[in-house]
Design a protein around this ligand. Structure first.
Ligand code: FAD
Length: 369
């Protein structure tokens, strides 16, 4: 039987799309070389970005006021949630879908002359067969490339009793990680995973190249030592490395592959969950306003990469001083062109003069991305 929708990739985006298409009654095929692989990443999101259909029990912890430490402590007024990754994966259940364990070698889209005599899009599997489908969506993520800026992080999971701070740290740029101020900066991310465990993660927000996880590990150990925490070396660890851009906005792509990742934060999960229903229904998620916002966000990434390392905390200080509506528009308003423009203009105006010139240069000269 020909599926209504064939999805290439069953990461969080592909799986969410398949799950919602099934809920809409569609015949769905999913192709992934490891469809049963358990996700191991710690995923988090702004609560207000999540769709109503997502079961509440997929959330492990939450905080109403996460903290951004820039040059000072700033309390954010926005609920932040950490997922129970296994529960999230299980809740996106694929009962009724045809699951194919294989690798997609090629996706063919019909032209007006048809594709190889077939007027349906199709997928050629690495093992040989070609599968036609009513629609094909590519959710294969973004492969690593030296041309792409990446986010990297090294984290440890420690007993919550060992972590004396009560703050949930969305970003902590305090300079106690032993890094030379001339080196690329990194921040501490500290979130509870459950009642017993907290994740402490040294993070390089974006770099081309990004900091290596061995460097981040040394910085994390230094930082925790300076806060009175000695690691035993037996803690469970999390290593993070992924491109923060590189996807293609298109009706035939989704998730990171579909440019749904915010290039200045590396967040895409909530957006993929929220838009899964729309894409499953075949509706567009790329009006002109969303394409313009994507272009502006890429400019924001260039600005971030161009900042002198020691000025990064001052940059985020200006950002988190913006009105909450502007912060929200920049972080989450993927088709809110007026909101994004206003936020970027307000941020520029709030920055010290010494930062404006390098940012203008970076924003004005688009590099291939
Ligand atoms: C450790 C870590 C922590 C993160 N934390 C957050 C977070 O807190 N919040 C957030 O919003 N984002 C986070 N991200 C970023 C981003 O949301 C994730 O990378 C997310 O997994 C992207 O989902 P995706 O489904 O688009 O792509 P992927 O997760 O990359 O999934 C792609 C899927 O496609 C499959 N595939 C690849 N090639 C083929 C092929 N040829 N044929 C068929 N299938 C193929 C792969 O097996 C995989 O299952 C994190 C990333 C990492 C690595």
């Amino acid at each position: 039987m020909t599926s209504d929708l064939l999805i290439c990739g069953s990461g969080p985006a592909g799986r969410a799309l398949a799950h919602r298409a099934l809920a809409q009654g569609q015949a769905v095929t999913v192709v992934d070389p490891h469809p049963e692989r358990r996700w191991s990443a710690t995923y988090a999101a702004w609560a207000d970005e999540l769709p109503d259909w997502l079961p509440h029990h997929t959330l492990a912890t939450s905080t109403d006021h996460p903290i951004a430490w820039t040059t000072r402590r700033i309390e954010l007024d926005r609920r932040y949630v950490v997922f129970d990754t296994a529960t999230l994966q299980d809740s996106l259940e694929l009962h009724g879908a045809r699951i194919i364990r294989d690798r997609v070698a090629e996706i063919s889209i019909p032209t007006r002359f048809g594709t190889q005599g077939n007027d349906l899009p199709s997928v050629r599997l690495e093992s040989g067969p070609t599968l036609p489908a009513g629609r094909v969506v590519d959710a294969r993520g973004v492969p690593r490339s030296p041309a792409l800026a990446e986010q990297t992080a090294f984290g440890v999971m420690v007993d919550r009793k060992l972590w004396p701070e009560s703050d949930i740290l969305f970003m902590d740029w305090r300079p106690d990680n032993g890094a030379n101020p001339a080196e690329p900066p990194s921040f501490l991310y500290a979130v509870p995973l459950n009642d017993d465990t907290v994740l402490l993660e040294e993070t390089c927000l974006a770099g081309r190249p990004a900091l290596d996880t061995t460097v981040l590990r040394a910085r994390l150990e230094h930082r925790l030592r300076s806060r009175g925490i000695a690691l035993t070396g037996t803690e469970q660890i999390e290593r993070v490395r992924f491109p923060v851009h590189g996807g293609r906005p298109s009706p035939r792509t989704f998730g990171a592959a579909g440019a749904l990742m915010h290039p200045a934060t590396g967040y895409s999960l909530a957006t993929s969950l929220r838009l899964a229903d729309t894409v499953a229904a075949g509706d567009s998620i790329w009006p002109a306003s969303a394409r313009s916002v994507h272009f502006l966000r890429m400019a924001g990434l260039r600005a971030l990469l161009a900042l002198p390392p020691h000025e990064v905390p001052a940059f985020f200080d200006a950002f988190f001083t913006l009105p909450a509506t502007s912060q929200r528009a920049y972080l989450s308003g993927r088709d809110d062109l007026p909101g994004t423009t206003t936020a970027m203009a307000a941020l520029f105006a709030a920055l010290p003069w010494r930062l404006r010139r390098p940012l203008l240069g970076a924003v004005a000269i688009p590099r291939k991305s």
